[in-house]
Design a protein around this ligand. Structure first.
Ligand SMILES: NC(=O)c1ccc[n+]([C@@H]2O[C@H](COP(=O)([O-])OP(=O)(O)OC[C@H]3O[C@@H](n4cnc5c(N)ncnc54)[C@H](OP(=O)(O)O)[C@@H]3O)[C@@H](O)[C@H]2O)c1
Length: 330
């Protein structure tokens, strides 16, 4: 495809939000040795995408402008690099693109084989694209706390905050696969949905009970998977079991400091800031769970690439129910 151009959406500098996105015609990228070129069928937006645009990780990301954002994609292999033997043109896949290169908001993107897995026919492009960041984070946060997903998981009590979001909606389902009793928080409009995902009890986060995080059935939490911002340790602490742990997916510098202090003082109740890692086997496992009907994607909304700004704005507002998907069409 060398020399061909494609439609893409990029931004030219930090800030600007949805208004900073520009529709452009650029060169189709070429796959390097261990990369595949994908015709992107669907991509999903994660908060990290617009946080990078805001400059939260400057000067590391993005490494240069203009930058085509979004890492989570599903598509079809159209070309393979010279060192690739595990994929061929025509293969349907799910990929997480490299943060430094990104490129998901485009008709074509290059993906490393290290973060590309086969997508069986039972898994739609939208479902596949929804998985990488959100579901990997959910899986790894639960696994960190000792959860097993093969039916041998020990019972325990977990609190999942923002259970209606991209990460939270996967965490609820995976926690149930791990035999955990799930208490979840979300807004009133999503209580029924979060119950359908498997939560045993649900708190409306805007009510006094929701703000206190206390379990309606009086349980103390062995684990909290914290998927939103703005809840202090003093709110979590009285709700934790004696050796309870809060896994904080939105850590601030204060979280890191406090977690170190707790470790150094051998505190029984722990605070763990956690960042997901790119793991191909985990991604393959998640795709298989979707194939087997054990994990479903809550789709907030589906947009065409021409509507990228609206999709981006929706994510920035912070009120998505599940995943925001862009579809590139045939
Ligand atoms: N550590 C990591 O490796 C990692 C990985 C992925 C994501 N993250 C971070 O995790 C956070 C969640 O990501 P996401 O993709 O799930 O975001 P998201 O899909 O945008 O989350 C939106 C959802 O959060 C709910 N919500 C907001 N504030 C809430 C609160 N105080 N209590 C309960 N629910 C609340 C919203 O409900 P309403 O609409 O009702 O307000 C909405 O349904 C983001 O900050 C993201 O950057 C971290």
């Amino acid at each position: 495809m060398a020399g061909r151009t494609m439609h893409a959406v990029q931004y030219d500098g930090y800030g600007g939000g949805a208004a900073g996105l520009k529709h452009v015609e650029i060169q189709v990228p070429s796959p390097k040795t261990d990369e595949v070129l994908l015709r992107v069928e669907a991509a999903s937006i994660n908060p990290i995408d617009w946080k990078i645009q805001k400059g939260a990780i400057r000067p590391l990301l993005p490494p240069k402008f203009p930058f085509v954002p979004v890492t989570d994609v599903a598509g079809e292999v159209v070309e393979v690099g010279p060192g690739v033997h595990s994929f061929k043109p025509g293969d349907k896949v799910v990929s997480m693109l490299n943060f430094r290169n990104a490129g998901g908001l485009a008709e074509y993107a290059v993906a490393s084989v290290n973060m590309t897995v086969d997508r069986p026919p039972e898994v739609s492009a939208a479902e596949g694209a929804s998985l990488p960041i959100a579901a990997l984070t959910a899986l790894q946060a639960l696994r960190y706390s000792g959860t097993k997903f093969d039916g041998t998981g020990q019972p325990g009590n977990v609190l999942i905050t923002a259970a209606s979001g991209g990460v939270g909606s996967f965490t609820v389902q995976l926690a149930k696969l791990g035999n955990l009793h799930v208490t979840a928080t979300c807004g009133a409009r999503n209580i029924d949905l979060v119950k359908r995902l498997g939560a045993d009890e649900v708190l409306d986060y805007k009510t006094p009970e929701g703000k206190s995080l206390s379990s309606p059935s009086g349980r103390k939490y062995d684990v909290v998977i914290h998927c939103t911002e703005g809840i202090s340790w003093s709110t979590f602490e009285p709700n934790l079991a004696a050796h309870g742990v809060v896994i904080d997916l939105t850590p601030t510098p204060w979280t890191w400091f406090r977690s170190v202090v707790k470790r150094l003082t051998f505190a029984k109740k722990k605070l763990v800031p956690l960042l997901f890692t790119q793991d191909k086997e985990d991604l393959r496992f998640l795709v298989q769970l979707v194939r087997d009907g054990k994990l479903t994607t809550v789709l907030d909304s589906r947009h065409q690439l021409s509507e990228a700004a609206a999709a981006w704005a929706k994510s920035v507002e912070g009120h998505a129910t599940g995943k925001i998907i862009l579809e590139m069409g045939e």
